[in-house]
Design a protein around this ligand. Sequence first.
Ligand code: CA
Length: 532
Amino acid sequence: MRALILAAIAASASAQVTFDDLKNPSKRPGDWLTYSGNYQAHRHSPLTAIHAGNVANLGIDWIYQAKIVEKFQSTPLVVDGVMYVTIPPSDAVALDAATGVKLWEYKRRLPPKIQTCCGQVNRGFAVLGDRLFMATIDAHVIALDRKTGRLLWDTEMADIKLGYSATHAPLVTKDSVIAGVAGGEYGVRGFLDAYDVETGKRRWRFNTVPGPGEFGNETWAGESWKTGGAPIWITGSYDPETNLTYWGTGNPGPDWNGEVRKGDNLFSCSVIALDASTGERKWHFQFTPHDMHDWDATQIMMLLDRPFRGANRKLLVTANRNGFYYVLDRVTGEYLHAKAYVKQDWAREIDDKGRPVRAPGKLPTPEGNRVYPQVAGGTNWNSPAYNPATGLFYVPAREGSSLYYFGEAKYTPGARFQGGYFNNERVMEDWHGAVRALNPETGALVWEHKLFIPPWAGLLSTAGGLIFSGTEDGYFKALDAKSGKELWHVNLGGRVIAGPISFAAGGKQRIAIAAGSGLFVFGLPGQTARQQ
Ligand code: CA
């Protein structure tokens, strides 16, 4: 066994991951090198051995039990037969991707009191060369040696005593690791940072809440920018041709009381397009100006090159928590189109500049006001997917409303700063979910697969014509990418609230998903390399 492990480590050490690999992941189709599978955030695998005609035979190859009670939201990376998985709160393991045999583990010592809104979660690694990068729950960025799990550098991003934390998988571009901070429910002042992959030294910082003298500071009344939130908690995307990186930002602080932060509150609930080398802002687009519903724009910003109204465009598309699907020009930031993809009643329309025209009487009130979509949004952080063959955008959708309450907002460093609250239990009668396939140009619905409960799992598209999705009640499913027809399912006995991936190891295609406290890896029985 030890010889096998050493051989696997030696094999992985020989496989360097270069910036060119990250730009062209289809050259390494058996690997999964970034959180979203490619820089364009398509979460699509080019592997075809598992397809609509044989997916019904899919079975479990191996399981890794993480023995945790925390929510397991990690997307694994796979490099040349070795899988790297972050384990909440901020631990990690390397596993032989063909067998699940553990090669090394990393355990992080954490301070006793870390404030987080929604659990001490972690969503995954970034990789470059022989290094792995993680943003840890104590708001540090760290680098690990990919061969051994040894800590190489450890840089603090922010002070946890002020309510900062970090949960998303970083993004590596060229020689920088880009990561930001969570804490939007604690009145933090958000930012996005870039660090030297070799040393961990900070290269740049972009304040997602501008201070005095910075563009947009006037969109915050008085001193409200100091506690303005706009955190970063899902991985951005990147266009190597323009060297622009795109990140969605979270809610303004406090969440539900907007009276203490009058103005549009830039750059909360926005997408920011930054020069990846300098952190300079090229453009921004705010989906929900002066948000009062906790509708963070921390959804995946997907990049598509395709026709829009007859002309080829470089697009950025995203299904936002506020219930609308958006199409932007990703070079200029020009607003092109929006369409509701779930029931919403807070906006009459989106105007021709992309600004919502609010419906009257839909803000939070002291008595509680029922508004669609629900506080978790029409979708949330869980990944959408894109299949280049069908040309469809797939989104995990959430239907339903919440009661939104306006409340007092008094800032105390390190304490919750939300200015209200919400209630779901009294208005859940029409809650449900769906996997929806949208026309990416128009946002029009092409098909849907209904789910009993709004989903927290991300989607995976494969070139075998499949969409994989998970559910709150433990199901992991394969759908036909063209029609949405369910082709296979299994119940894994735990919440599926992570993003699936596909990779090849031991000569066969596999699918991996976290569920409950386990990581489950599936393949076809008896399949060999010849069938790939
Ligand atoms: Ca939030």
